[in-house]
Write a protein that binds this ligand. Structure first.
Ligand SMILES: NC(=O)c1ccc[n+]([C@@H]2O[C@H](COP(=O)([O-])OP(=O)(O)OC[C@H]3O[C@@H](n4cnc5c(N)ncnc54)[C@H](O)[C@@H]3O)[C@@H](O)[C@H]2O)c1
Length: 252
């Protein structure tokens, strides 16, 4: 018996990194998983690797039409929908001085509005039968980053969007839980790109290696374990929480 038997999960950003790991881990625990991403090639590959419990749908979280189609495809493929994992996200480094309005808009469109769109559709569908929404925030949404102005702002917004959705549903007696996961530094393509774009990638890498007191590099599966927990009924009393998985960084 799997911990996620009976769950149908739509995982945005499921083609890469944390989203791909959590899609694999949810399926391994018995969930049926729709991998939704704008990266069609990698998204299809992850779905094929998982097998008959998974499918892929193209999704741009910045588009409402695309969201509507992805949700419809999930319900058609698996006969229901009760878990949403909002993993799709972008990271552009930039300070209040260097950042352009275009950088800011893109970050908010994907990280904040994309997550908001997903939450809105999930609540509308799940309020009748219950469900779990997991939003990817970050430790950068808890403490500011001087060179992560739009990103930090977007992840702080996701953190509080999560609490608002959680309370709204709980106060109405709907069994729709909504939690954020706040990862520390996790080895994914997003992180590789971040380092590659820096003036001195090696120095930046070394500085970031000192952020997490435990001194181990985080892997996507470290976050996947938390996502599986929040998706399944073991976490039935957990809503509006920010689940920090950061090797102790926020304990300082
Ligand atoms: N890696 C980290 O250290 C870290 C730390 C804290 C939070 N996070 C958050 O975790 C989430 C996953 O990050 P990751 O590190 O796995 O990144 P990643 O770059 O490996 O994966 C992100 C995925 O999102 C998809 N995506 C981007 N924009 C999209 C859009 N408009 N529509 C649909 N899909 C889109 C990409 O195609 C990609 O598959 C993100 O929200 C990120 O901000 C990551």
């Amino acid at each position: 018996m799997g911990r996620c038997d009976g769950k149908v999960a739509l995982v945005t950003g499921g083609a890469s990194g944390i989203g791909a790991a959590s899609a694999r881990m949810l399926a391994a625990q018995g969930a049926q998983v729709m991998i939704a991403d704008r990266d069609t090639a990698n998204g299809k590959a992850v779905a094929a690797e998982i097998g008959s419990n998974a499918a892929f749908v193209a999704l741009d979280v910045a588009s409402q039409d695309s969201w509507d189609a992805a949700v419809a495809a999930t319900i058609t493929a698996f006969g229901g929908w009760n878990v949403l994992v909002n993993c799709a996200g972008i990271l552009r480094h930039g300070s209040i001085e260097s950042e352009t309005m275009d950088d800011w808009r893109q970050t908010m469109e994907v990280n904040v509005k994309g997550t908001w769109r997903g939450c809105k559709l999930a609540v509308a569908h799940m309020k009748a039968g219950g469900g779990s929404i997991v939003n990817l925030s970050s430790i950068a949404g808890i403490e500011g980053g001087a060179d992560l102005c739009a990103y930090s702002t977007s992840k702080g917004a996701v953190r509080l969007l999560t609490k608002s959705v959680a309370l709204y549903c709980a106060e109405r007696g709907w069994q729709v839980r909504c939690n954020s996961v706040n990862p520390g530094i996790i080895e994914t393509p997003m992180l590789e790109t971040y380092f590659a774009e820096r003036d001195d990638p090696q120095a930046e890498r070394e500085a970031w290696d000192r952020v997490m007191p435990l001194g181990i590099r985080g892997e996507p599966e470290d976050i996947g374990h938390m996502i599986v927990y929040l998706a399944c009924d073991e976490s039935r009393l957990v809503t509006g929480a920010e689940m920090v998985v950061d090797g102790g960084a926020m304990a300082r």
